[in-house]
Design a protein around this ligand. Sequence first.
Ligand code: SF4
Length: 366
Amino acid sequence: MDGAQPQAADTFAETKSEASQEGSGLAQLRRAGHISDAERNSLAPVAAQFGVAVTPQMLRQIDPQNPTDPVAAQFVPSLNELKISDEELSDPIGDHQHSPVKGIIHRYPDRVLLTPVYVCPVYCRFCFRREDVGGQDALSANELEAALNYIRSNTEVWEVILSGGDPLILSPRRLNNILQSLRDIPHVKVIRIHSRVPVVSPERISDELTAVLRAANPLYVVIHTNHAQEFSSAALNACAKLADAGVPLLSQTVLLKGINDTPEKLGALMRLLVENRIKPYYLHHADRAKGTGHFRTSIEEGQALMRQMRGDYSGLCQPQYVLDIPGGAGKSPVGPQYIKREGEHWEVTDFKEDTHSYAEEHTTVK
Ligand code: SF4
């Protein structure tokens, strides 16, 4: 495509400051024909506040004839982003209050988030860290060492989750240095990487990067994807390459109004994932990030969707529907519920919404 995209392994996507200075993310969308000149001008205030970047691969996945294209809706900015409600927050899931050291978020006892990089190959219009990503590129060497020292000194940390930003935008060499430093910490048993790269920039899943991920085994890759239309044959090949290398693949999806909020759309994505050896893991209720209200469903709508999914699709295709509690209290599964106590019995609801009584046995131990 053009110079607005990250080209080399050590370069990064456009930053918010670049966007505000040059509007190059918008220029890229204009050149690709996804916005008009007038829209480019009217969207400049959006780009000044929130980074804009789309990869060539994602541009190719957009159907220009479809005014409600589910890929375009995720990456092409909208004036709706300037509508910010009182409930929307700069830090919707309370990362900052759980950050003892720059680059570390320690919310739960046995796991920490390590954010070595603050840029992504794409900027999702609903991003929950949209005010943190797209500014500074990455942790400095000293900051990274301080973050690693925090993990070294907290022996209860069993799992390290690399997030950001998108960690797979790092060059294989830099990523390998980080992963091997983590592997050298005896109490860190598991590494997890959350990334959009296998789908939005599949060309980055090189033999070298795959070998780096494989060498850090046990390492899980959680692929962020929200609609089946995001998957090109190159993306499917990238995922197969990781799976063939023995890297376990999971997925996380954000529930997005108009994009994946029907059983048919969500089910098609989940089936595609399972068919390609990617186990659906989380369905996130969309966080209250600033300017994202047009993407949010209600929790009741999310629960009804999950109830329908349970009936219509294989158990392998069921992600867990979760809410990150605003303010930083962590993630909670938010239903739907299938069982409630009725006196001495439980009342259980099946996938057709019929209810059944279930009585537990009371065994006597002699
Ligand atoms: S890839 Fe993740 S961190 Fe990056 S913009 Fe999208 S949601 Fe935000």
